[in-house]
Ligand binder design. Structure first.
Ligand code: HEC
Ligand SMILES: [Cu+2]
Length: 341
């Protein structure tokens, strides 16, 4: 038997748990809270489906719980009789099979409609090809028909109020692209081409991440979508489409030489130079990015030095090895990378 104090303690624990859940869900700074915030028509459409499903689930929950409580009380053991036992009831079983089947069939209608609606290609969409790699994202703007497509990494810039049709591919393991405030998830499967549309109706920075376990640094494979008013986006696109700036000073020039003559050129591209590899992120406008390495680290001198010194120490499992660079080499490479605006 529980004592009154025991009951009070349990009630207190339950209440505290509830407050923690409600508090977490309602925290004002919840950049990935897709239940309370949707920032575009795609997310809103998915949210409507969720609202319907959730309302039905809540109704079923209360009906089942009430029936359960009724049964427990009604047929409980009493001083003058044992608890009443039942073994099967065909009528109840038929009802409990037919009702859920009808509910599921009913829910399938809006679900299928939403799925088809969201997976078809909108007219006048901006096209971006997304390639997922361990543990970062590559974006290629309007890949078809463009001779020199604009390629960038991790931070995707888009115009507001414009649907953006993503073509998702990968060639190592399965990843999943998710920007909670803008749309649902889409898996990126090697050997397959998947599509999804995202659209933001407010300028801002939307955080996202890989949501399919893909290796040691899965949790460090984030991304950002930065939505701009159309004119700002056009400006960004023009800047990014240009070849890299020349090194700013002697130290940066030394860095460029190291970059082009050392290991870096085997994996990275800097447009306007001989570096054209795509194994690692395109660095043509690296200095214009606010973060790097899967949007994990702020693009500061200190972080960049640490990265070049030993990438896997900063990001476990990173596919860029530690090249044992000396302090002078790191100084020069940092100066070079920071001149790539
Ligand atoms: C074996 C291929 C390889 C070589 C060689 C290589 N890198 Fe990388 N590099 C990568 C990969 C892969 C990433 C992405 C790592 C991640 O985010 O998980 C990366 C990330 C970076 C980044 C961050 C880019 C961003 O926007 O996220 C910088 C800067 C960078 N490398 C500079 C260099 C420099 C300088 C050299 C030469 C010393 C070099 N890399 C050599 C593969 C390589
Ligand atoms: Cu992952």
């Amino acid at each position: 038997m529980r004592t009154p104090a025991g009951w009070r303690r349990s009630a207190f624990v339950a209440l505290a748990g509830l407050l923690v859940i409600v508090g977490t869900a309602c925290a004002p700074d919840a950049p990935q809270d897709y239940i309370n915030y949707q920032k575009g028509p795609i997310a809103e459409e998915a949210d409507r489906l969720w609202d319907v499903t959730f309302a039905i689930a809540v109704a079923i929950f209360f009906i089942v719980e009430l029936l359960l409580i009724y049964t427990i009380v009604r047929f409980r053991a009493r001083p003058d009789r044992e608890a009443k036992q039942f073994h099967g009831n065909t009528k109840v079983e038929v009802i409990l099979t037919v009702i859920p089947a009808l509910i599921l069939a009913g829910l399938a209608v809006p679900t299928v409609r939403t799925i088809f609606d969201l997976s078809s290609e909108p007219d006048d969409a901006l096209q971006i090809k997304v390639t997922a790699r361990q543990f970062w994202w590559e974006y290629e703007y309007e890949p078809e028909g463009t001779e020199d497509p604009l390629v960038t990494a991790n931070e995707m810039h888009i115009p507001v109020d414009t649907p953006v049709f993503l073509t998702l591919e990968g060639d190592d393991v399965i990843h999943s692209f998710w920007v909670p405030l803008l749309a649902g998830k889409q898996d990126v499967v090697p050997g397959r081409t998947n599509h999804m549309t995202i659209e933001a109706d407010e300028p801002g920075v939307y955080r996202g991440q890989c949501t399919e376990y893909c290796g040691l640094s899965h949790a460090n494979m984030r991304l950002r979508v930065i939505a701009h008013p159309q004119d700002e986006f056009d400006e960004w696109r023009d800047d990014q489409s240009e070849a890299a700036d020349d090194p700013r000073d002697a130290l940066a020039a030394e860095g460029e030489e190291l970059f082009l003559e050392g290991e870096c050129i085997n994996c990275h591209a800097v447009q306007g130079t001989d570096a054209q590899a795509r194994t690692g992120p395109d660095l043509t406008h690296f200095a214009s990015r606010e973060t790097f390495a899967g949007a994990m680290f702020e693009n500061t001198t200190e972080n960049l030095r640490q990265w070049l010194d030993d990438p896997p120490a900063m990001k476990p499992g990173a596919k860029m090895p530690d090249y044992g660079l000396t302090t002078q080499e790191i100084d020069a490479l940092v100066a070079y990378l920071q001149s790539l605006e």
